[in-house]
Design a protein around this ligand. Structure first.
Ligand code: FBP
Ligand code: MG
Ligand code: MG
Length: 335
């Protein structure tokens, strides 16, 4: 076990996020604190969105905006609200020079041209569940920029590929609110203590079981799935695995991370390239799952090795979770 993991594991449960980030930074003599600040900014935005989510019904942040986003999907008020909150926190934090968001067609330049990092994000994941009080989330992915520091960010900063991520994670707004992320040294989870307004370390080293009892898939699309997907789903049923599908990627993913299992969003006739977005849904969750000992594929290919195209909102099929289950799917896909 590496020194870093030993120190991390030595960090007692109940440590605040702030103290954990400081400890972590101390483990890297050349760390300059910018990434730490960026993680703090994300946590701050997560707290504000958590408040908005909790009282959405009271503050009228419910329902559709009446327009569609770049994906052609109806934008919910909370999609827009969460987008504003994260863009504002990342801009004010000073370390992020540009943001790619599901809710913005183009890259958002923050004006922090000295910033070394860019962030790709899905500010509100699980939009179909917003107004019905079902768990939703935020997904983020961080890259060190490759464009010249001191100037605006460029497209290539976001097209470095899944393995160039230096950090990734999500905030889950569920029965409790959690921040789960990796910086390439395992996966760590913090639980939000609303009354104190603090994230506390609750899961120092999250590891997904190699096998699992759960499969998560919208079987309403059964007739639109490729043959290999139906074959795999039949195998799951023959083995009496349990079907669980919340319809919020972050919530389904989070459950399977702890219980073991596989989440599937296959290609369909309507969406042969898949529904989920490669840069701010698939890549970050694939990076996390590999850091937790699991696997993420698009079918035969490993998600983190899928090269990005110039389409910032490109989609990809996603099969993610316990390594053995995902390999079984890969084997069926390769037949
Ligand atoms: O309704 P479907 O087709 O099952 O799709 C649900 C999936 O789409 C998503 O809502 C897409 O994400 P957004 O809500 O961020 O657009 C996932 O969270 C979820 O897993
Ligand atoms: Mg999403
Ligand atoms: Mg979204």
């Amino acid at each position: 076990m590496s020194q870093t993991t030993e120190n991390t594991l030595a960090t007692p449960v109940g440590t605040t996020l702030e103290r954990y980030i400081m400890r972590k930074q101390a483990e890297f003599p050349f760390a300059t604190g910018e990434l730490s600040q960026l993680l703090r900014d994300i946590a701050l935005a997560g707290k504000i969105v958590n408040r908005d989510v909790n009282r959405a019904g009271l503050s009228r942040i419910t329902g559709a905006m009446g327009n569609n986003n770049v994906q052609g999907e109806a934008q919910q008020r909370l999609d827009v609200e969460a987008n504003i909150r994260f863009i504002r926190a990342l801009t004010n934090g000073g370390e992020c020079c540009a943001i790619l968001s599901e809710e913005n067609e183009e890259i958002v330049q923050t004006g922090n041209e000295h910033g070394k990092y860019v962030v790709a994000m899905d500010p509100l994941d699980g939009s179909s569940n917003i107004d019905v009080n079902v768990s939703i989330g935020t997904i983020f992915s961080i890259y060190r920029r490759v464009s010249r520091i001191g100037g605006p960010a460029r497209l290539e900063d976001f097209l470095q590929g899944g393995r160039a991520q230096i950090a990734a994670g999500y905030v889950l707004y569920g029965s409790s609110t959690m921040l789960v992320y990796t910086t390439g040294h395992g996966v760590v989870g913090f639980t939000y203590e609303t009354s104190l307004g603090e994230f506390f370390l609750s899961h120092p080293a999250i590891v997904i079981p190699q096998q699992g009892p759960v499969f998560s898939c919208n079987e309403g699309n059964w007739f639109d799935y490729p043959e290999f997907v139906r074959t795999f789903l039949m195998q799951c049923k023959e083995r009496r695995l349990t079907a669980r599908y919340v319809g919020s990627l972050v919530a389904d993913y989070h459950r399977n991370l702890f219980t073991g299992g596989i989440y599937l969003y296959p290609p369909t006739t309507a969406k042969p390239g898949g529904k989920l977005r490669l840069l701010y849904e698939c890549y970050p969750l694939a990076y996390l799952i590999e850091q937790a000992g699991g696997l993420a594929v698009t079918g035969a290919d490993v998600v983190l090795d899928v090269p990005p195209t110039a389409d910032l909102h490109q989609r990809a099929p996603l099969f993610v979770g316990s390594a053995e289950l995902v390999r079984e799917l890969q084997a069926v896909a390769a037949r």
